[in-house]
Write a protein that binds this ligand. Structure first.
Ligand code: DGP
Length: 114
């Protein structure tokens, strides 16, 4: 559990202010924000990436997406809109091997992403 930065955040070894937490998930600000609002939503369970998810993880994945919606709403992003992203593996740009959803907002996003 503690072998990634997010595992260390979950066990309190690395500090982070949780803007949301429940039994299954927590959310906190990204240390290197790419937008005026940039939150990370992560499961307490150490699932490395979306590609590692199995059928039994469906409820957890749905819950994480719902948490993305809740924290976006709480951050005031509802009206203008926002983006939810999960990077997967090397080509996807994933740098922390603990599943996480980026919630980005507060500016107009570009498409396609780089
Ligand atoms: P990704 O590249 O998709 O794996 O995103 C990992 C994100 O994690 C990246 O945007 C920066 C963020 N991050 C890395 N280390 C820390 C940390 O110690 N604290 C916080 N709050 N965020 C971190």
């Amino acid at each position: 559990m503690t072998d990634t930065i997010f595992g260390k955040i979950l066990c309190g070894e690395i500090p982070a202010d949780f803007v949301y937490e429940d039994e299954h998930a927590v959310a906190f600000a990204d240390i290197d924000p790419k937008a005026p609002v940039h939150l990370l939503v992560i499961p307490r369970e150490p699932l490395p990436s979306l590609k590692d998810a199995v059928q039994e993880d469906c409820a957890l994945l749905g819950h994480l997406l719902h948490v993305c919606k809740v924290v976006a709403e709480e951050a005031g992003l509802d009206e203008g809109g926002y983006r939810v992203v999960t990077n997967i593996g090397e080509d996807g740009g994933q740098s922390v091997a603990h599943l996480h959803f980026h919630v980005l907002g507060g500016r107009t996003m570009q498409w396609p992403p780089g």
